[in-house]
Ligand binder design. Sequence first.
Ligand code: AP5
Ligand code: MG
Length: 225
Amino acid sequence: MTSRRCNLIILGAPGAGKGTQAQVVSKQLGVPHVDCGRVVRSEVAEKTEFGAKAEGYMVQGKLVPDDLMIGIVLKRLNRPDYKDGFLLDGFPRTLDQAVKLDEFLDDSASRLDYVISLGISEETAVRRLSSRRVCPVDGRVYNLLTAPPGNEDTCDVCQNKLVQRPDDMPGTIIERLKVYHEETAPLIEYYKSGDGFLDIDGGGETDVVSESIMSAIRERGRCGI
Ligand code: AP5
Ligand code: MG
């Protein structure tokens, strides 16, 4: 567990395994996981004003505009739940978002301890996303090829019928990958000279990738482990 504030972000293409690995790292470091895609999906489901504006972008595989997204994420990070740090999954995704996150951290006399960058091939991304299924009730993520539910198409925990995310349809996956290369991949350049930058091969099996991340974190020795 951490003994002081610890801030991390996890970067990578759609399907790189950000959510999967963020859960492991967040548990091991005792730092809360902020899944920004999930934040957007809950706002859409709850039909909030933000959700109504964001939905069209999300279902087309485009990014929600910066002015909307920056506001909602930074407001959330001000909550007491994140006073000891956070693991941000899916933010920043543009240079503007990265600059605003830096300003936010400066204002709170804090910094980013680690930037976990997960690399995968486009072919792996498409295969993983096409076979992903999610529980619409508790948000658990499965994969028909690599992490199937115990019972065909129902959630192991709440037994609800699993669904495919609307943005996991073939045409939308291609659009999301294009958007990633244009708008988010440049962040690797932005962060890579920092000493907390961890360049991880995300293409291996889940446990292997988790171990690469955790051993890189142990090696640098920040965040109390
Ligand atoms: P978001 O939900 O964040 O989508 P994404 O970035 O496209 O990433 P994914 O969640 O699809 O992939 P992942 O890397 O988390 O992979 P996962 O672990 O699930 O965002 C959705 C939308 O919200 C965006 O398109 C945008 O519209 C909006 N949005 C969110 N943040 C925004 C921002 N900052 N600015 C603007 N707009 C924003 O794994 C994928 C599958 O592979 C799973 O089935 C999993 O079980 C499996 N798997 C994972 N790892 C492995 C492994 N090592 N081996 C085998 N299978 C694996
Ligand atoms: Mg995710």
